[in-house]
Design a protein around this ligand. Structure first.
Ligand code: AHM
Ligand code: MG
Length: 347
């Protein structure tokens, strides 16, 4: 690490830039065939990210920033771009010949694709935070790759039984730049889309939560009265600290990404129904499409993720659209949350 003229520490080229191919090549735990399959799946994600990024940029000109008029399996309004991103990624991942089962936040049932050889199961949220599009705010796409198993005829069961076998997680952040963040078991790398060449070019890495864990807290405090006492106690404590900063975009990929680079914690706890119903007693976010991929990336970057009771990566899954409370961020901030809220401390 170096210091600039004002004495601020800068993580300048602190290690290396690895192309996506080089990163996949050095990832642990894969056979040669699996490594080829991972590469082809990530190439499909990159191609989809490029396509979605391009179409998002033109969205306002085509009147595509609002609702599609449909409601999804979660009972939520489907934005036009939820469906566009679903079609783009499902088409590319299916055609890769390397994804045998694909589950998506936007589809009630798994899609099954014929795969002659090494393949993985994939869970995705094709466009997370899509309500931000109405104001040209950041959104993201999230993916997790799970090791596939022989002999399970029911694709839902197959993926549910593999959730603790996640081998790679990726998100694409569509913001002022389009970034792809890729994690294998022990390392996270970041790539930026060069719109001129269409390539995702490597940025310096590996990416780790900063030393000390940072001071940013991302939580929707409008839900305060509907949280349990532990979460309220945590937020109460924050108000007596002068060092913390609140930042909340309402798009998990953006909020997580900021906290990964700057240091901090993202929290979406369970909350009780509002007067008019609603509420998310189990948490709002989905275990397969949002919590597991972010937990995997956080762990590979030195951080932690819990539902308040157990590490996210140790939770069993009973339903592909299962919701979960999510507390994810730097090790220091997640352990501090657990101490103050009186929940078991993850390690
Ligand atoms: P979505 O998958 O329907 O877009 O919902 C998930 C999003 C997250 O990106 C974000 O962190 C959260 O919902 C925001 O929820 P809220 O508006 O309740 O704070
Ligand atoms: Mg989502």
């Amino acid at each position: 690490m170096q210091e600039n003229r004002s004495g601020r520490k800068i993580h300048h080229e602190r290690e290396s830039r690895l192309s996506l191919e080089e990163f996949i090549e050095k990832a642990p735990d894969f056979t040669t065939g699996e490594r080829i399959a991972v590469r082809e799946i990530l190439e499909s994600v990159a191609e989809g990210g490029r396509e979605v990024s391009h179409r998002l940029a033109l969205g306002p000109l085509h009147g595509l920033t609002g609702s599609s008029g449909q409601v999804n399996v979660q009972g939520e309004e489907v934005q036009a771009f939820d469906e566009i991103a679903q079609e783009v990624f499902s088409g590319l991942l299916g055609a890769s010949g390397r994804v045998s089962v694909l589950v998506s936040e936007e589809r009630e049932k798994p899609e099954v694709f014929p795969c002659p050889t090494d393949s993985f199961y994939v869970a995705m949220d094709p466009l997370d935070g899509s309500s931000n599009l109405a104001v040209s705010g950041p959104v993201g796409s999230i993916f997790a790759l799970y090791r596939s198993r022989d002999g399970n005829e029911d694709p839902s069961r197959a993926i549910l039984e593999s959730v603790q076998d996640v081998v790679c997680a990726v998100y694409v952040l569509y913001s002022v730049s389009t970034l792809m963040v890729v994690a294998f078991r022990e390392e996270v790398r970041m790539y930026a889309l060069d719109p001129a060449s269409g390539g995702f070019l490597p940025l310096p890495g590996p990416v780790r939560f900063p030393d000390g864990g940072g001071q940013i807290v991302s939580i929707n405090t409008a839900n305060y009265t509907r949280w349990d006492r532990g979460v309220q106690a945590y937020v109460d404590t924050l108000h007596s600290h002068s060092s913390w900063s609140a930042r909340y975009v309402g798009a998990l990929v953006m909020d997580f990404h900021r906290n990964l680079l700057k240091g901090g914690i993202y929290i979406y706890p369970g909350d009780l129904p509002k007067g008019n119903g609603g509420g998310h007693p189990e948490g709002k976010l989905r275990l397969l499409f949002e919590a597991i991929p972010m937990a995997f990336i956080a762990r590979a970057a030195g951080g932690l993720a819990t539902n308040g009771q157990k590490p996210i990566l140790e939770l069993p899954a009973t339903h592909i659209h299962q919701r979960v409370a999510l507390i994810v961020g730097s090790r220091e901030r997640v352990q501090e949350f657990s101490r103050i809220s009186g929940s078991p401390e993850p390690n």
